[in-house]
Design a binder for this molecule. Structure first.
Ligand code: SF4
Ligand code: SF4
Length: 320
């Protein structure tokens, strides 16, 4: 295992803080959090429900720390279903030991099949029988991605598994999500939201969250619409009619007004680009209703498919 100096942790903390828009003052705290996770003071247990593993893949796009450092050195990963070598009963033993010891951060990726336990098993055991204890004994629970946060695609209209988000599942088990659950939606979740939430929580504890959605303010306060580079077109009511046109993408199905996250600032793939800058409407991937209804734009093909019901007076914060 490599040895990192305090200076290197501070550099990574500064990069994370800049990505959050928190400013340099937050860097030491984030550096401290990364250092605690790195040193094993904070272990991370990662479990998967109904998911495509896309949020784990997204984590591999992490920068500073990069994916290899992150997975092999930073995250004292007790278990991860895709990355860990252990499988079957060995995996169950590892998870049970972690649960008995307690004091870990639990990351859950994917939704929970509340009506079809066999839809998601681990070592021959339904996830729904392992998860309650894992949730109870965790210091913090992070729902990684929209499936884990709100049900997402597996909870789409007509699903038969009873796919539920982690918060809903916690409540069904009598576990209070307040001050314990942090929802980090996205399809997939941005790696910075996961690494940042882990680092912040390891250093400073439970972050400030939206009181209904449990999404951390540092990543999910403003809507995509609030900070959109095409917002001036919206103000002038100049709308694109076809993909590739100048103008606001609202009439091409943009869900930026309903989707709260900081895509306009941090973008994707190390700041290379993001949906609206690439000329595509926001698909609303962080919104609680993402992909739940057949009418959702995610499932619709072509231009002019919809304009969402949206009242500008409901907009909070951001550009004016
Ligand atoms: S509707 Fe979409 S494209 Fe138009 S300003 Fe809002 S986020 Fe940007
Ligand atoms: S712009 Fe919208 S659809 Fe694209 S990643 Fe951000 S929240 Fe998701």
């Amino acid at each position: 295992m490599a040895n990192y100096s305090r200076r290197e942790f501070l550099r990574m903390g500064t990069v994370l803080a800049a990505g959050f828009g928190l400013g340099r003052a937050a860097a030491p705290a984030l550096a401290d959090g990364l250092q605690r996770i790195f040193s094993g003071q904070k272990r991370v247990l990662w479990l998967q429900g109904q998911s495509c593993s896309g949020c784990s893949v997204s984590l591999l796009n992490s920068e500073d720390p990069g994916p290899l450092e992150l997975l092999t050195e930073f995250m004292s990963l007790v278990y991860h279903p895709t990355i860990s070598a252990t499988q079957g009963s060995q995996a169950i033993d590892t998870i049970q030991k972690a649960i008995q010891t307690g004091g870990y951060f639990l990351v859950v990726e994917g939704s929970i099949p509340t009506k079809m336990a066999a839809a998601c098993e681990l070592g021959g055991r339904p996830l729904t029988t392992i998860l309650p204890d894992a949730l109870r004994r965790a210091d913090l629970v992070i729902a990684a991605g929209s499936c884990a946060a709100f049900g997402g695609i597996p909870a789409g209209e007509g699903n038969e598994t009873g796919a539920a988000g982690v918060g809903e599942f916690m409540q069904s088990c009598g576990i209070e999500p307040r001050q314990r659950l942090v929802n980090c939606p996205g399809c997939p979740v941005h790696p910075q939201s996961i690494v940042g939430t882990l680092a912040y929580a390891a250093s400073k504890g439970y972050p400030d969250v939206n009181s209904e959605l449990f999404t951390p303010d540092m990543f999910y306060k403003n809507s995509v619409h609030d900070d959109c580079p095409r917002f001036h077109y919206w103000q002038k009511q100049e709308f694109a009619e076809h993909f590739g046109d100048e103008g606001c993408l609202f009439k091409l199905g943009c869900l930026g007004p309903l989707s709260h996250t900081n895509c306009p600032q941090r973008q994707w793939n190390g700041g290379v680009n993001w949906c609206i800058r690439a000329g595509a409407p926001c698909l609303g991937c962080t919104s609680p209703g993402f992909a739940r209804q057949q009418a959702f734009s995610f499932y619709r093909k072509g231009e002019k498919h919809h304009a969402v019901a949206y009242n500008e007076q409901d907009r909070k914060g951001g550009a004016s």
